[in-house]
Design a protein around this ligand. Structure first.
Ligand code: NI
Ligand code: MN
Length: 228
């Protein structure tokens, strides 16, 4: 019986355990007071980075160095990470996917920016479509609402991980419209409360999702795990 376990580490960061292989998405831990784990503790075999902003690249370099994890993102960020000394890199680009030993990763569009912390060009921002042990997970990362979410939803999603913080990404109103386009089984809200300008009430969002759509909304605190 295969098991996929999502553990939320705050903001946009998840650890995903796929039958013992550990994926880590957008490891912004140092500097996030709401994170439940530190960059020294977190384990990873693969690190997925959605875009170049500091609250997503986060501690990638340090964690990759300590764990030997392979990093996965768009081409531009992989070139930047390699130049910082990261040894194992796998570049992808929007619309492309690759079958890794743990499952498939495909990059989706996202409407956002992607400059790297030192101002380097970080290419286009992305979301992730993950195919893990027969489960389909869409992590939208940082994005505004876009109608092509309907195409992503045609995959038949088990889980959609959506930002609700507003200001830098979709807020709750547009995230609710996103749920209607994506039609996932389960929605997990992210990218809120970390900063003053993205304070939200995830419980109120969950109530709206469950009143207006067929999806179940699971609100995770940092450290919580959701098993598929
Ligand atoms: Ni961003
Ligand atoms: Mn962000």
């Amino acid at each position: 019986m295969s098991v996929v376990k999502l553990t939320y580490h705050g903001h946009s960061c998840f650890g995903i355990d796929v039958d013992g292989t550990r994926l880590l998405i957008d490891p912004f831990l140092t500097g996030n007071e709401l994170a439940d784990i530190t960059a020294d503790q977190v384990e990873a075999d693969y690190i997925l980075i959605s875009h170049g902003h500091g609250d997503h690249v986060g501690d990638t370099i340090q964690i990759a160095e300590r764990t030997g994890a392979m990093t996965i993102s768009n081409f531009e960020i992989q070139c930047w990470l390699a130049a910082q000394g990261v040894e194992r890199t796998h570049p992808l680009h929007i619309g492309g996917g690759y079958d890794f030993p743990f499952g498939r990763v495909k990059l989706t569009i996202a409407h956002h920016g992607s400059a790297l912390p030192d101002g380097s060009y970080g290419g286009q921002p992305a979301g992730f479509l993950l195919y893990l042990e027969g489960k389909k997970i869409y992590h939208a990362c940082d994005t505004g609402l876009f109608y092509d979410m309907k195409l992503i939803g045609e995959e038949g999603l088990d889980v959609a991980i959506l930002p609700i913080g507003d200001n830098f990404t979709m807020g709750p109103d547009d995230a609710l419209r996103a749920v209607k386009l994506l039609e996932p089984q389960v929605v997990i809200p992210i990218h809120y409360d970390t900063f003053e300008v993205i304070q939200q009430d995830p419980g109120a969002f969950a109530a709206r999702v469950e009143a207006e759509t067929a999806a179940k909304c699971v609100v995770l605190k940092a450290g919580d795990t959701y098993q598929l």
